[in-house]
Design a protein around this ligand. Structure first.
Ligand code: 13P
Length: 341
């Protein structure tokens, strides 16, 4: 393992004022997003949409450090025949790849899931490295509900995350370690805190047991928020305080950076929460974004599957990327949102 090189890439992924674009929706998920905007989902339309993001030069070269791709996309060429990976590299951003194979029911644990994809992973990492991937992503999902999460679910998912992370580092690829505690339930913010703390403790224990070098990874956690179906939404300060508290309790300072998922928060909440945490300052790791929905909802809506809307979609993407870049520096202001509206 070349730890100096892994660390260099991890640091670049969380460079000041930059974050990661999660554009790794599976074909099923992107179809759902396209259905919502009335766009057809074909290999070409998915390529066209993603190409418009990667060719938003202002967003990509100033605010985005890396892009997480899906297997289909890392193999696709732009309209002019250039590989999409090269289009991304030209902007200065790093290409990355989602390597998990999605969620399956966890035996004997009703309503819980395990992430699959370890079989053959080393060989796939070698291939992806050849295609230009500098980092990878694996998402574990922990749900909160009646009697869940269970020890079984948290422990098996933490084990798989660490297996993945160790394989990545052994193949010279920086792992994004993503344990996501979902915000789908009707739980309050304190239950999210407890589940997140429990999950992160187990994840870092497994990373240690499996000899993963913390300096060569990026953590992608959820923020500590109330469930979407819970009556009272927490304030921005409450989310920021509780999220920082759990991270300080669980994440060693050797980790170069933490890049949050947005998880179904509104665009502006995802930005405001990140900003509030960074305004606190004095943290041992860099805090930035690795958003899917909170970066793409606005450009998708503006695009609506029509080529005449490409410029408007790119403007919407630049705006969200810029807002989140400011949040990663603790320099965002809500007035900046209104000006653009
Ligand atoms: P969201 O920001 O939409 O949660 O997506 C991030 C991601 O990569 C989930 O795995």
């Amino acid at each position: 393992m070349n730890l100096a090189e892994l660390n260099r890439v991890a640091e670049a992924m969380v460079a000041p004022g930059r974050g990661i674009l999660a554009a790794d929706e599976s074909s099923g998920t992107i179809k759902k997003r396209f259905d919502a905007i009335g766009a057809e989902s074909s290999a070409d339309s998915r390529r066209d949409y993603r190409e418009l993001l990667f060719r938003s030069t202002e967003a990509m070269s100033k605010y985005i450090s890396g892009v997480i791709l899906y297997d289909e996309t890392i193999r696709q060429n732009a309209r002019d025949g250039a590989p999409l990976v090269k289009v991304i590299e030209k902007t200065g951003a790093l290409p990355g790849i989602k390597v998990d194979k999605g969620l399956k029911p966890l035996p004997f644990c009703p309503n819980e899931v395990i992430t699959e994809g370890l079989d053959g992973l080393r060989e796939r990492l070698v291939e992806y490295r050849g295609l230009g991937a500098k980092f990878a992503k694996w998402r574990a999902v922990i749900d909160i509900g009646a009697g869940i999460p269970t020890h079984t679910c948290i422990n098996t998912n933490a084990h798989a995350l660490a297996r993945y992370a160790a394989l990545c580092q052994d193949e010279g690829i920086v792992p994004i370690v993503e344990p996501e505690v979902l915000m789908d339930g009707d739980h309050d913010i304190d239950r999210c805190y407890i589940a997140t703390e429990w999950t992160l403790k187990r994840v870092f224990e497994q990373l240690y047991d499996q000899r993963v070098a913390l300096e060569g990874m990026v953590l992608k956690p959820n923020m500590v928020v109330a469930g979407k179906k819970y009556a009272r939404r927490a304030t921005v300060d409450e989310v920021a305080d509780k999220t920082l508290k759990v991270l300080k309790a669980c994440v060693p300072a050797a980790v170069p950076g933490i890049a949050f998922l947005s998880g179904g928060q509104s665009d502006e909440d995802a930005t405001a929460h990140l900003d509030a945490m960074n305004k606190t300052g004095g943290l041992p790791w860099r805090l930035t974004f690795s958003y899917g929905r909170a970066l793409q909802a606005a450009p998708q809506k503006a695009w609506a599957g029509r080529s005449e809307n490409v410029a408007a979609a790119q403007r919407a993407f630049v705006h969200r990327a810029m807002m989140n870049s400011l949040a990663a520096l603790g320099q965002w202001k809500s007035e900046l949102e209104k000006k653009a509206a």
